[in-house]
Write a protein that binds this ligand. Structure first.
Ligand SMILES: [Zn+2]
Length: 197
């Protein structure tokens, strides 16, 4: 069920997966019981990680019962709250796990073509370029601040017409804001890359 049988040996067996899942759940549960915060909300391995393809909401873990038998299923949060807003049906926990294990195995088999290049990309090129650009932006931001001070000092000494001063000042402020925004975006993507690695 978890692998294409007779093709190759399982890299992650169903048993291993369940064992790891149990440890993760237990740890998260311990944390969750101490503090009722966001961690508590994410106490299962798939909590907050399954996204509904119809509406984009996250899925919620629930216990369903069919006659006397109970089973675990994942359901779109929007569907649970208002069935008319999302028609996504629930998915059984075992099917989610099977799909997950199959995908991980595929990724492991294809690591040379998918994971390695992705990792290298995240580690090297993008980051180096981003670091250099951030440094460059920081220098420009400092220069921008200096120019603002210079402009104000020229104005207070009476060397500038107010109209000229305002025009120059506004241009510098706009430039400063643009530089800050670019720096913020790059820092954000850099942090994102590092946490993905
Ligand atoms: Zn949905």
């Amino acid at each position: 069920m978890y692998l294409v049988e007779n093709h190759h040996e399982a890299i992650i067996s169903h048993k291993d997966f369940n064992a790891v899942d149990a440890v993760i759940n237990q740890r998260a549960k311990e944390k969750g019981i101490e503090k009722r915060n966001n961690k508590y909300q994410n106490r299962y391995s798939f909590s907050g990680k399954i996204i509904c393809s119809e509406c984009g909401s996250t899925f919620k873990r629930r216990i369903h019962s069919a006659s006397t038998k109970k089973y675990i299923a994942w359901c779109c949060n929007k569907h649970i709250k208002k069935i008319t807003e999302c028609s996504m049906q629930f998915i059984r926990d075992e099917n989610i796990k099977a799909a997950f294990v199959m995908m991980i195995n595929k990724l492991i088999f294809g690591q040379k073509f998918i994971l390695r290049p992705l990792l290298e990309g995240l580690r090297n090129q993008n980051n180096t370029e981003n670091f250099l650009r951030i440094e460059e932006l920081e220098t420009k931001i400092e220069k921008n601040i200096e120019q603002c001070h210079m402009l104000t000092s020229l104005m207070t000494k009476g060397y500038l017409e107010p109209a000229v001063f305002n025009k120059e000042k506004n241009a510098l402020i706009a430039e400063g804001a643009r530089l800050q925004t670019e720096k913020k975006q790059l820092t954000y993507s850099l942090n994102g890359n590092l946490s993905k690695v």
